[in-house]
Design a protein around this ligand. Structure first.
Ligand code: ACO
Ligand code: ZN
Length: 226
């Protein structure tokens, strides 16, 4: 009986023919020549985008046994900016973002995790945000918040007189599908905290994730609570 069911399922898949590529993520029908061709093209473009040939000047901000993290700044040489953009585009297409422009491109810092096989397996875009901005946008205040809780928060915000106090907003975080659950995102964020603002180490509370996906929420919840 179990075998019969299995047969039916296999037959169904064969007929329907939909396959998801585990590296580039494209869903295509292997039986359809046109689809097959489109996948081959997309796959190659994807691999080209994450291929890392090495640069004359690399701003290495962290090193590990299985890779390193480079920081790309807005004024860096063209080749660095272009690679950061290519990878960001790959991430955006997976995240389903339509527009590829950043809110403040001149300030964005891009962190790239390069593995030992010379592939960019992680990309994180961090931007400065003002604290006031963050407080105002804080979405879900618990309904059962007591007056004291409210005063506490309100006071904390009002008392913060440091002008231009910037916090760090994570507008993109992406890890290559075959490199997930190996701490790549965790290590990129730890590195952001120690290098984003010169001379200071950001706490986990000073980092905000913009618009997280379901994966992003699971990761962010785990990260902020540990
Ligand atoms: N499901 C459940 N828990 C998760 C998941 C998940 N998909 N991803 C991470 N976690 C939790 C786990 O507790 C994990 O620890 P464990 O592996 O020991 O259990 C912990 O977070 C740390 O995970 P990392 O290995 O550091 O995370 P990873 O390198 O896999 O990257 C990321 C996580 C970036 C969310 C990755 O899954 C990804 O790129 N997803 C697709 C793109 C995406 O959705 N990005 C977030 C968009 S939100 C934004 O950009 C602001
Ligand atoms: Zn593919």
């Amino acid at each position: 009986k179990a075998d019969d069911d299995q047969l039916i399922i296999d037959a169904g898949q064969k007929q329907f023919g939909a396959t998801t590529c585990s590296s580039c993520g494209m869903v295509y029908s292997a039986d359809n020549p046109e689809d097959h061709f489109q996948h081959t093209q997309f796959h190659q473009r994807f691999l080209d985008s994450i291929k890392f040939v090495g640069w004359k000047k690399e701003r290495v901000v962290a090193e590990f046994w299985d890779g390193k993290i480079l920081l790309v700044m807005p004024d860096d040489p063209k080749y660095a900016i272009k690679k950061a953009e290519d990878v960001r585009r790959v991430a955006d297409s997976e995240l389903g973002f339509q527009q590829v422009t950043l809110s403040r491109p001149t300030q964005a810092k891009t962190y790239l995790f390069i593995n030992t096989e010379r592939m960019v397996v992680g990309c994180l875009v961090a931007e400065s945000i003002r604290q006031a901005h963050r407080v105002l946008e804080q979405p879900n205040q618990p309904k059962d918040m007591t007056k004291d809780d409210f005063m506490e928060r309100h006071r904390a915000w009002c008392c913060d007189t440091t002008p231009e106090q910037a916090l760090c907003g994570i507008s993109r975080i992406w890890v290559f599908s075959l490199a997930r659950r190996q701490g790549v995102a965790t290590r990129m964020l730890d590195t952001v905290r120690s290098t984003f603002m010169y001379g200071s180490h950001l706490t986990k509370e000073e980092i905000a994730f913009s618009d997280p996906t379901p994966d992003g929420k699971l990761f962010a919840t785990k990260y902020t609570n540990t």
